[in-house]
Design a protein around this ligand. Structure first.
Ligand SMILES: Cc1cc2nc3c(=O)[nH]c(=O)nc-3n(C[C@H](O)[C@H](O)[C@H](O)COP(=O)(O)OP(=O)(O)OC[C@H]3O[C@@H](n4cnc5c(N)ncnc54)[C@H](O)[C@@H]3O)c2cc1C
Length: 404
């Protein structure tokens, strides 16, 4: 039996290893780029956040039918995935947040153990092979590139999504599946920076802060979360922003991100007295938040509170210090639109899950055709959830296709 797998990313490599557990199966792994797992190398800022110990289908996964993911995520759950990686020779560490990384802190460790495991007699890796056409025939499928073709009895499509175009994201998988009769929901970028026309963004570029964010649309609370944000030249980034990015600015309205830069600090009891104590010094207001916030962020808060950076702190009134403190608790950053697919980490939307069997990932329309990973209408939060979906769905599809 020949099993073709289109896409040598996270889910395709997992599927290939699972399918090859059947020694009678010959696995052909087609990857259009020169190397396997190019996107994987860029994950987690080069550290690869490969999964998360805190897993909830309800809170962490999205799509028209997120419950589709339940079977694969349960059968190949986090512990099972970590045991699998350990059996491949990967040491991992879990951070307090539940995020799991390779112990080496290098994404290439994850790719390397997968590559080494793929080096076995019944797997053939064909890099630089872009599948442009799939033909169905009596025996199964013929997979074609511009100048070569291969026949296979079963086929797994693991082409990934459109996000991260520079790292190989493309429409390819969606197009191949739609030509075979499948349907696609609307695609949009998620886990993506959100643009802002706030004049301070450029001066705060690169500054990180732990804060509580509340996103309001026309003064109504739309989403809230707590964690790290990062200011960029164009707006806001960071895990917390990524998590709220799937729906923000999709509809017209006045979108504002309110930042509480002193979360869980009981700021008026703890921070305000610190500001008041600075009146005993000869410091200027630009140093009001020095020691409390990132210096550049502290200066922006002082300006936004309407205080001149050069004003001597000793001359500031109680109400001015309280205003500065309250500004740090409620700093409004206007939002305009999310960045595009090329900067997004993940694609929201995808091929309709109702057209597949969640226990096997097999198509209900085309027998012998399987699918896994981001090309499906399943996306996860920031924190390792998307790679967990890639491993779980890939191994689920690979094991099912590998059965005689
Ligand atoms: C910058 C960045 C950082 C990320 N960080 C994290 C993280 O830390 N944790 C996390 O959980 N998720 C992260 N993600 C998301 C995660 O990488 C993806 O969700 C995951 O890789 C999807 O796996 P996949 O196998 O479905 O697709 P991919 O990994 O994208 O693999 C698809 C492969 O198919 C190939 N392909 C496509 N079409 C064809 C064709 N026609 N013929 C042959 N080959 C084809 C592509 O070249 C690609 O190699 C990140 C994404 C990005 C862009």
């Amino acid at each position: 039996m020949v099993i073709g797998i289109i896409g040598g990313g996270a889910s395709g490599m997992a599927a290939a290893l699972a399918a090859s557990e059947n020694k009678n199966a010959q696995v052909l792994l087609f990857e259009r780029q020169a190397r396997l797992g190019r996107k994987l190398m860029a994950t987690g800022n080069g550290r690869c956040n490969l999964t998360n110990q805190y897993m909830s289908l309800q809170y962490n996964y999205h799509g028209e039918q997120p419950e589709f993911a339940a079977h694969a995520l349960q059968k190949y759950n986090v512990n099972n995935t970590l045991q699998w990686f350990e059996s491949l020779g990967l040491c991992t560490v879990t951070e307090e947040t539940g995020r799991v990384y390779p112990f080496s802190d290098q994404a290439n460790s994850v790719l390397d153990v997968l590559r080494f495991a793929l080096d076995k007699p019944n797997i053939q890796v064909l890099t630089g092979f872009e599948v442009t056409k799939i033909r169905q025939n009596n025996q199964g499928f013929t997979v074609e590139s511009s100048d070569e073709s291969y026949s296979c009895d079963k086929l797994i499509i693991a082409c990934g999504g459109l996000a991260g175009t520079k790292l190989g994201g493309s429409m390819s998988g969606y197009k191949l599946l739609m030509k075979l009769g499948h349907h696609c929901t609307k695609l949009r970028p998620t886990l993506v920076q959100i643009k802002s026309d706030w004049p301070h963004c450029a001066s705060l570029k690169g500054v990180r802060a732990t804060c509580h964010v509340s996103i309001l649309r026309d003064d109504e609370l739309h989403a809230s979360s707590q964690g790290e944000i990062q200011f960029t030249e164009h707006g806001l980034s960071g895990p917390v922003i990524f998590d709220v990015s799937r729906d923000v600015c999709r509809e017209k309205g006045n979108w504002v991100c309110w930042l509480d830069l002193l979360p869980d600090m009981e700021a008026l009891d703890r921070v305000l007295p610190m500001l008041q104590k600075k009146r005993e010094t000869n410091l200027a207001a630009e140093d009001l938040f020095t020691g409390i916030l990132h210096n550049r962020l502290g200066r922006v808060v002082v300006k936004e509170a309407g205080i001149s950076l050069h004003a001597p702190i000793r001359q500031l009134e109680d109400w001015e210090l309280e205003k500065a403190c309250r500004t740090a608790l409620e700093l409004p950053v206007p939002l305009t639109e999310p960045m595009g697919m090329d900067s997004a980490q993940v694609t929201a939307g995808g091929i309709l899950t109702s057209e597949f069997d969640p226990e096997t990932m097999e198509s209900r329309l085309v027998p012998g055709l399987y699918v896994c990973g981001e090309v499906l209408d399943i996306d996860g939060n920031c924190g390792g959830y998307n790679l967990q979906w890639a491993w779980s769905s890939g191994r689920c599809a690979g094991h099912a296709a590998g059965k005689e």
